[in-house]
Design a binder for this molecule. Structure first.
Ligand code: PSU
Ligand code: MN
Length: 304
């Protein structure tokens, strides 16, 4: 393989020295949050990884290359650029070949992280099986990626805009361990609880690191999904967020929103309906995930 990777010098040095690195994605910044909170969040997440003892590697497609780690100037440019492509497994090669700007989703960020030798990735929420998928067939490529690419992904569970039971079923079929952190219940992004028991539970970063390494020893392809509940003080309880989600879903259906537009549309509408509260929660959970991912990356280095 001869993938067009461009490493930030600091990330390259950390990987060469076997120091912990955490991958970060940009789609949540370019397609999931409004300006200027998005750029502030991107910077804050990098700072959080650093403060806890790992090197952040925010990933993006630019000028026909996959960038593993961005300068402050590149981060600013991408967060403000118009027409940045939302790039998943299906689009990444086209985006690179065109030389366009691309923000990688969970699926594409996993692909890039694996190519770069990065084992842990922090995001907000993963894509999943959308409600009504039995009609629309809308199932995020994030799920199949988790089934085949060996990266441990820390997310705040699946958003309640998705069908969480079906999402868990697909992950089980694909052989993906779904590990709730520190609680029995599956978290649901803005809320700590989903009303569903998580398939697995772990109470320490060391245990998650050990199972990551064990999967490697077993030759199992695919990653792990760590479902990290949003901090108490930032959560929007289920009964408060569900009406906003229902309203956003009804509107998406009425307007015929489809394919890649669905997730960004729903996030934007929930943001408007909750008068910005969903965004405050979203930022808090991304930071929380960055902290846990950093701990896992450090434990993998220690044990590996
Ligand atoms: N969670 C968010 N905001 C987002 C996403 C997730 O809070 O923007 C993005 C992630 O990049 C995820 C993608 O991988 O949405 C899933 O999109 P789709 O359902 O189209 O695969
Ligand atoms: Mn989709």
């Amino acid at each position: 393989m001869n993938a067009p990777l461009t490493f930030a010098p600091e990330v390259r040095a950390a990987l060469d020295a076997g120091r912990p690195v955490v991958a970060l994605e940009l789609t949540i910044i370019t397609h999931g949050m409004p300006f200027p909170q998005n750029i502030k969040t991107a910077r804050a997440v990098e700072a959080e990884v650093r403060a806890n003892g790992a090197i952040p590697a925010t990933i993006a497609v630019m000028d026909g290359r996959i960038h593993i780690g961005l300068t402050a100037e590149e981060l600013d440019r991408l967060a403000q650029a118009k027409g940045v492509m939302k790039v998943s497994r299906a689009d990444i090669a086209v985006c690179l070949a065109r030389g366009a700007y691309g923000a990688t989703t969970v699926a594409a960020t996993m692909i890039c992280a694996a190519l770069a030798g990065i084992k842990v990735f922090a995001t907000g929420g993963i894509g999943g099986v959308h409600r009504g998928a039995e009609q629309t067939f809308d199932i995020s490529a994030d799920l199949a990626e988790l089934g085949q690419t060996a990266v441990t992904v820390v997310a705040a569970g699946a958003k309640a805009i998705l069908d969480i039971p079906k999402t868990l079923e697909v992950l089980e079929t694909d052989g993906v361990p779904v590990i709730a952190f520190g609680q029995d219940e599956m978290p649901a992004f803005w809320s700590r609880n989903s009303g569903l028991k998580a398939p697995l539970r772990a109470d320490s970063a060391a245990e998650i690191a050990a199972s990551h390494l064990m999967r490697g020893r077993l030759g199992l392809p695919g990653g792990q999904l760590v479902a990290n509940p949003i901090p108490f003080e930032a959560e929007i309880p289920r009964e408060e967020i569900l009406p906003a989600i229902e309203e956003a879903l009804t509107e998406a259906e009425a307007r015929g929103v489809a394919a890649k537009e669905v997730t960004p549309f729903l996030l934007q509408r929930v943001f408007e309906i909750t008068e910005g509260r969903s965004l405050v929660a979203n930022i808090a959970l991304v930071l929380n995930n960055a902290r846990l991912a950093t701990e896992i990356a450090k434990e993998i280095v220690k044990a590996g």
